[in-house]
Design a protein. Structure first.
Length: 161
């Protein structure tokens, strides 16, 4: 995996652990078919980078035979287009689509540093350090406010006693 994706994914994973907040997936599919025309495939946690790996994958899981190699990206991963996507961007074999399709976009991809393609209807929602700090400061402010009100109330009661 390229250093860029590896570092990005590692940062996301560490942040999620530190903040104890897992990524959530928002949005919905717009049926644009972009992710079916230009995809990368992972097998056992490793991106497919060679024809040999691809052949091995298809031998073990024949449903991957629908993916045609169309090239290689800048990170060295093989790029694929699916033979099951219609001209309208709709899956023609929806019931039998492989796990990478039914799971898309998965938290695993997020922690690998990958995002859905531009204009995809899905997005990842993750707590950032900045948002967590803002939440913490907000809680401290309201805690301070409650404390001040409580002090005022106790002083008033002491005066009345
Ligand atoms: S790119 Fe996103 S919106 Fe388009 S088909 Fe894939 S999952 Fe759906
Ligand atoms: S099997 Fe269906 S959902 Fe999966 S890439 Fe092909 S067309 Fe898209």
């Amino acid at each position: 995996m390229s250093l860029y994706y590896y570092s990005r994914g590692f940062f996301r994973w560490v942040r999620a652990k530190v903040l104890r907040s897992e990524v959530r997936i928002g949005g919905h599919c717009l049926l644009c078919g972009r992710c079916c025309h230009d995809l990368r495939i992972m097998d056992n946690g490793k991106w497919i980078t060679s024809r040999k790996q691809h052949e091995q994958l298809v031998q073990n899981s024949p449903e991957y035979g629908r993916f045609n190699i169309i090239g290689r990206d800048g990170c060295g991963f093989l790029t694929y287009s699916c033979s099951c996507v219609s001209d309208e961007g709709v899956c023609t074999d929806y019931e039998n689509r492989p796990l990478i399709c039914s799971d898309y976009p998965s938290p695993t991809l997020y922690y690998r540093g990958v995002d859905p393609p531009a204009h995809c209807g899905y997005y990842y929602e993750a707590l950032t350090f900045r948002a967590a700090l803002r939440q913490l400061l907000g809680r401290e402010q309201s805690f301070g406010k409650v404390l001040r009100q409580e002090r005022k109330r106790m002083t008033k009661e002491e005066r009345q006693a």
